[in-house]
Design a protein around this ligand. Sequence first.
Ligand code: FAD
Length: 335
Amino acid sequence: MTIHKTDIIIIGAGPAGLFAVFEAGMLKMKCHVIDTLDFIGGQCNALYPEKPIYDIPACPKILAADLITNLEEQAKPFAPVYHLDQRVERLEKLSGVVRVVTSRNTIIEAKAVIIAAGCGAFGPHRPPLADIEEYEGKSIFYLVKSRADFKDKKVVIAGGGDSAVDWALSLQEVAAKVSVIHRRDKFRCAPESADKLKKLANEGKIEMVVPYQLEGLKGKNGQLSHVLVKDFSNNIKEIEADILLPFYGLAMELGPIAHWGLGLHRNLIEVEVSTMRTSEAQIYGIGDIITYKNKLKLILSGFAEAATACHDIYHLVYPDTPLHFEYSTTKGVEK
Ligand code: FAD
């Protein structure tokens, strides 16, 4: 049984977790980073990679995916070890160290753990359709990584929220055809987006399939040919489809974190704001998962929290060496 040893274990490879790698590295601490997803970036890459973000300091406009690429680049000199596609299941205190065990049985021990788990582990709300597993990852997707994947495809989008409408507006520019299935003719999205959708539907650029619900799938070897939909009188019709994107929202479950004995308040971890310590020694929290008075769930807050946590953790990793505060301009990026 291999047990990895490091200074800090970071649970969650979202923006807060990635920046913590950099901050730790500047203080000569090594990190292992774990995420349930098989890619880094948390909500930025999972939910809105191609959307521009406007409130990152000194970046007037940056695509969410590019922000993550930059954070990865910034962390690189400190050689973080990523353990992706696995969920942290257990957190145990041993003498002087914290041990983390993942769903793939990866075991890591460290002086401290930073929980940067956002809203918890992601999972899509999957429509209850027969044989859906056969198509998932081949012609049914719950998130869009790149618009280019949908070029000249017949895309069926199901759902009535922001994601469904935003992606219908965006993908109609590249896809051969976009059909939107929704059980009502009202959409829960920004009014400007609803207006744009209506306009494109009137121009024949988007097919509206309302009020209908998903009923079944037709295809072979994981490749869809048609999506079956049903109205309220149980009339069924078939829509040609290469790809189905069901956008019924993401279930974010706190999962095992709820059982780690941390002071949870409405599913958020309470921290002491000058250190980011949780109620358990050696365990810290940063980013969207934490709460304190006037906490802002913003990426920039997560960055500052990462810096605060790492400066406090330094004393656990180097108990005999005082921390002399230095600017990055003074010390540069040392390995
Ligand atoms: P997350 O990004 O949520 O990442 C947490 C990671 O932890 C996830 O990858 C998850 O899989 C992982 N994880 C959870 N539990 C476990 C476990 N047990 N084991 C392993 N891994 C686990 N913020 C802004 O500042 N500006 C904006 O303009 C902005 N726009 C947004 C637009 C949209 C559509 C959305 C949805 C959010 C937006 N946000 C914006 C919010 C921003 O994305 C979040 O504040 C930010 O992602 C939080 O970062 P984080 O690192 O704390 O957590």
